[in-house]
Design a protein around this ligand. Structure first.
Ligand code: CP
Length: 359
């Protein structure tokens, strides 16, 4: 069964096919109306969302399909203690494909292990957000004309920003990518992305805490919100919440064709005075989200049992009672799942579900 849990579940060729299909949908919208007639998408959102849930809904509606699900787990049997796996077993009786957002990292992965229909990870905690990645790649392609050979700056909350982690993973498969990581010390990119993705895949990256210093060299500036809901310590959030603000003065330092992306919602990291700048691509990016999700739904429905489109081969997980995942937001610490691990770069042991470094 083909699922999308992590950006690396799609080969570069599959990503390029989805982006090409999205571009064909843009050119020939009428050809795809009705392509999902009599099919149903379930949206299981255990965490708030505006863009992701409603763009999935709009995408399925434009394809002639129907949508069911919940946007608040308190209105589902999760409130009575039903597990993620039992919930997707149930929804597999009602729907042809499932999009799931969950605050607990690894929840869509365990869902995919028992599901008889494709599972799409619509964001799990601070971990991964692969459909935002497809949105971002389509936006870069439409704004710049190419994805290869770009310098992209990620600015703000690189520690908790799942969209950043997923986009760096996907970009690591493209040619000539240079990454500038712009963040205060408290919000730096997790080591597993630097080691297991950038260093392993040969992506050139550097870190700075100055947006003014970095902005002149960028082709894409990817702004992010500091994610209050992920902090365990409110004082730490208060210290970093206004670290970087993009305004007209800073835009004047940038290239004439630089594209500004933001997964949204924004709080105050981009002033509204930037919105009318032609380089501000973040509302065009929202529309691309619906288009690329149309392409993804069509693709996964075609690929779900196609031997040409299997899930990537993973090494056998390591089971060792002496090892523990210490991430309180990991599914293995919230539901009864056997702790599993994998040996990553530099001999570091990581949790199978959430990628945290393991003791
Ligand atoms: N970009 C994004 O995931 O937005 P929502 O949280 O509104 O879905």
């Amino acid at each position: 069964m083909k699922h999308l849990i992590d950006p690396t579940d799609l080969s570069k060729e599959e990503i390029d096919q989805i982006i090409a299909l999205a571009q064909d949908i843009i050119a020939h919208r009428e050809r795809y109306q009705g392509s999902m007639a009599h099919k149903k998408l379930a949206t299981l959102f255990y965490e708030p969302s505006t863009r992701t849930r409603l763009s999935f809904t709009a995408a399925m509606m434009e394809l002639g399909g129907q949508v069911l699900g919940f946007s608040n787990p308190q209105n589902s049997s999760a409130a009575k203690g039903e597990t993620v796996q039992d919930t997707v077993r149930v929804l597999g009786c009602f729907a042809d494909i499932i999009a799931m957002r969950h605050p607990i990292e690894g929840a869509p992965l365990v869902a995919s292990e028992v599901s008889r229909v494709p599972i799409i990870n619509a964001g799990d905690g601070s971990h991964s957000h692969p459909t935002q990645t497809l949105t971002d790649l389509l936006t870069i392609k439409r704004e710049l004309g190419h994805i290869d050979d770009i310098t992209i700056g990620f600015c703000g909350d690189l520690r908790f920003g799942r969209t950043v982690h997923s986009l760096i993973k996907a970009l690591s498969r493209y040619h000539g990518i240079k990454v500038v990581l712009i963040a205060p010390d408290e919000l730096r990119l997790p080591d597993y992305i630097k080691l297991d993705v950038c260093e392993k895949m040969g992506v050139a990256y550097r870190e700075t805490d100055s947006l003014d210093e970095a902005i002149p060299e960028l082709d894409v500036l990817y702004m992010t919100r500091v994610q209050k809901e992920r902090f365990l310590d409110e004082d730490e959030f208060d210290r970093v919440k206004d670290s970087f603000v993009l305004d007209a003065r800073r835009m004047a330092l940038a290239k004439p064709k630089m594209a500004v992306l933001h997964p949204l919602p924004r709080v105050n990291e981009i002033l509204t005075e930037v919105d009318e700048d032609p380089r501000a691509a973040y509302f065009r990016q929202v529309e691309n989200g619906k288009l690329v999700r149309m392409a993804l739904i069509i693709s996964l429905m075609e690929w779900k049992n196609d031997p040409e489109h299997t899930m990537p081969e993973h090494e056998t997980p390591i089971v060792n009672p002496a090892l523990h995942c210490t991430n309180p937001k990991c599914i293995c610490n919230n539901e009864k799942h056997q702790p599993r691990f994998r040996l990553a770069e530099n001999g570091i042991m990581r949790c199978w579900y959430c990628d945290s470094k393991v003791r």
